[in-house]
Design a protein around this ligand. Structure first.
Ligand code: ADP
Ligand code: TRP
Length: 350
């Protein structure tokens, strides 16, 4: 795949415990169509925030943004209806509390636009098994014990439909989703090759911190039990931060900041000179990991505590959140219907 502005080559950061790279985001096309989704498969965490949510909110001013809660996708993991509803509202309240403005961005539930499942079927008929068999996310999940379900296997086809039905140009995501967007590009190309130029090729856009490590040093993920939740507070927050796995180098000894998960997480909240200063203290020796964790805890509080009250209000006013999602669904559906009609005509269904 060629390097594209804002594409996955923009800010590589592969070492899980390394300090995040901070490349400046390249310029966007004028008012691009932007789209992204997040699964309500658990509570949003700081990996979701620094990989995705933060740039979603920033980008709402720079294009026509469509953001949705991927509840069809979450059915692969959540089998309890009440829990799925609750987590869906939690994700909605999180975005709204953090500044998503429903007047600027179209914000909706994936399942409120059922047209997307029909486009997923059309895409499935132009997709080879080999393409899906190469998906890392599927292989990783199955390797970690998830049942090898058909829904999990065909997940990238539904995700491609999510993207293509809105003719999205930019898809802001974390590193783990880049392969899915490359698969989407392939599916769009196969469809257009068979039926004519209906679908638009999307590009991934990575944040400067596209791979946030979890408390155990692996990628932070709802499914790995290694998250720091965005809206954790009090004892559970402290427990998560103090539980960050570090090595057993004694306090006096010099340490390598690049190999430390606590340093990588602190770096998310620090500016260039603060990072350099802390790195220097690591190298000099005499710095305990506990001290770094306490500083990280203070930074987490400073950044997210101001939004807690707003989130609580939204969670207790479901009608308000529901109204936002319904209005978003109507606006999203108008676009989705049009693309689906073009696709149906192109393949001879109409
Ligand atoms: P999870 O892996 O926790 O289930 P999702 O799959 O719902 O998270 O991801 C929602 C968005 O957050 C996606 O754009 C994804 O790439 C991003 N994301 C998830 N985990 C991380 C992480 N550890 N670092 C950076 N971005 C992440
Ligand atoms: N697969 C994404 C994730 O787990 C969620 C998602 C579903 C998505 N459809 C999408 C992201 C379309 C971007 C675009 O994070």
């Amino acid at each position: 795949m060629p390097a594209t502005p804002g594409g996955p080559t923009a800010a590589p950061n592969t070492a899980p415990a390394a300090a995040p790279a901070r490349a400046a985001a390249p310029a966007l096309p004028t008012r691009p169509r932007i789209l992204s989704g997040i699964q309500p498969s658990g509570r949003p965490h700081i990996g979701n925030y620094f990989g995705a949510i933060q740039q979603h909110i920033q980008l709402q001013d720079q294009g026509e943004a469509f953001y949705f809660i991927a509840n069809f996708h979450a059915l692969n993991t959540i089998k309890d209806a009440a829990q799925l509803r609750e987590l869906t509202f939690d994700v909605a309240a999180t975005y709204l509390a953090l500044g998503l403005d429903p007047k600027k961005a179209v914000f909706f539930r994936q399942s409120d636009v059922p047209e997307v499942t029909e486009l997923a079927w059309l895409l499935a008929t132009v997709t080879g098994m080999g393409l899906l068999e190469r998906a890392h996310a599927y292989k990783d999940k199955v390797a970690k014990g998830s049942p090898a379900g058909v829904g999990l296997f065909t997940y990238p086809v539904l995700m491609a439909a999510d993207i293509l039905i809105y003719k999205s140009q930019l898809v802001p995501v974390g590193q783990d989703q880049v392969q899915h967007i490359e698969m989407t590009q392939d599916m769009a190309e196969h469809f257009n090759h068979a039926y004519g130029p209906v679908l638009v090729r999307p590009e991934a856009r990575l944040s400067p911190t596209p791979k946030v490590p979890g408390t155990d040093g692996q990628k932070m993920s709802k499914s790995y039990g290694n998250t720091i939740e965005l809206f954790a507070e009090g004892a559970p927050l402290k427990k998560a931060v103090m539980g960050i796995v570090t090595d057993s180098t004694p306090v006096e000894a010099p340490k390598d900041p690049q190999r430390c998960t606590a340093f990588a997480l602190y770096s998310l909240f620090a500016n260039e000179s603060e990072r350099a200063e802390l790195a220097e203290r690591y190298r000099k020796g005499g710095l305990g990991y506990g001290e770094v964790k306490k500083e990280l805890l203070a930074r987490l509080e400073a950044q997210f505590a101001p939004f807690r009250q707003r989130r609580r209000e939204l969670l207790s006013d479901r009608a308000q959140v529901e109204a936002v999602l319904r209005d978003g669904a109507e606006r999203a559906r108008a676009v989705a219907r049009q693309t689906l009609a073009e696709a149906r005509r192109a393949c001879g269904l109409e």
